[in-house]
Write a protein that binds this ligand. Sequence first.
Ligand SMILES: [Zn+2]
Length: 273
Amino acid sequence: MNLTDTHCHLDYNKFDSDRAEVIQRAIDSGLIRLLVPGLHHRSSRDAVLLAESNPSVYAAVGFHPTDLEEFSEETFQQVKELAVHPKVVAIGEIGIDYYWVKENDKRAFQRDALKQQLQFAKEINKPVIIHMREENDAWVGEASVDLLKILEEWQGSLQNSLAERPGVLHSFNGNLETAQKALNLNFYLGITGPVTYKNADEKREIIRQLPLDKILIETDSPFLAPVPVRGKRNEPAYVGHIADKIAEIHLKSPAEIAAITAANAARLFAWGD
Ligand SMILES: [Zn+2]
């Protein structure tokens, strides 16, 4: 199996006591690549340090929309300096979160920080990892609308190969219409543990209609542990449960899904086979 976990927060303190073992368990479970996205300047630095000391680990750097308290010219500059590192394969995670943030001025600040980081990704020619969460976790709403508007304008401004692989909507939780709009902009869609939840038939129906060559598998560790480990601390070794569920939905073997999603990730993040 050539599994990938394209989104795991291994810098979190929940992994402080056994980070090396967690990475080893992932490798023992067949993972060939792990991607650790940054949440702000310190987390981005930690992600890069992890990538430097582990051959299978790659990093992304950026400011998450709910971690913008310290976003400034100075901290953004620190992230920009990290971004040129050869193991930094994307800018992220960046995006829009109207679940935790309700005030209009703070939402406007999120959009502004997102636009600045998209502009930077364009300058250094690296794809983006996008977080999007609606108010009350709705399927569709203002967050989808605002995000797609921003992404459409940005993707349309790309002149080079980045237009073909602009990024991923990570832990995708939108409706089919939003998925199709993202696919039209050449975005990939990241699938996480909730696809395995008992009450997620609607989500599985959306995933059944997505083209397999645009799907990534990710754990979002330490969050969103899949069935049968739901409720526990999540870790990259569990990404196989997500591949198994997608295999079931798309009538493929788990090994085929592992290979397809590994190839998709290699195309998006340009990290070799
Ligand atoms: Zn995340």
